[in-house]
Design a protein around this ligand. Sequence first.
Ligand SMILES: [Zn+2]
Ligand SMILES: [Zn+2]
Length: 178
Amino acid sequence: MKIQVSLIPEEGRRLQYTLEGDWYREMLQKGGAIEFRIRPAEVSVAIHKVLDAVTLDIQVETALDLGCGRCLEPFELPVRGGFRYTLVPSRGPEEQKEELSDEDISFGYYQDDLIDLDALVFEQILLQVPMKPLCAETCRGLCTQCGANLNAGSCGCKPGAVDSRLDALRNFKAKKQT
Ligand SMILES: [Zn+2]
Ligand SMILES: [Zn+2]
């Protein structure tokens, strides 16, 4: 969805739409890849314009399909949030670089009378992807010896039985104390 700034009426505008399919693939830098899938996203936007400054209040509700960083199983992470952007027309290429942002408000620039709403939505969704996604805080991960998913039950391996590096460390500490 692109918004043409000159067509925003004085009283503002409200939009509601759904982003689905591969819409976000084209947002990626060329050659870039992401390790998640975005489910259909419900977007609602309130747009206000004062002179040529445009304020967007955007609500997004969607879910991501991610892989757990511990047990590697796929899981769904709900994502919802509201954020506000204030955009002013760009006067030159140098301005694109500096982007001030606050916790809740982001400032930015638009070019050629157009605001790419989907790009802002994508940016906000990206910000909510955890560095190390976990299917649950209590995820027990995989057995380091046999690779079994420990959430499904114990695999029967004896903890520490194989890891000789730990034994070496223990021996080293024991020697140091004597
Ligand atoms: Zn997990
Ligand atoms: Zn095991």
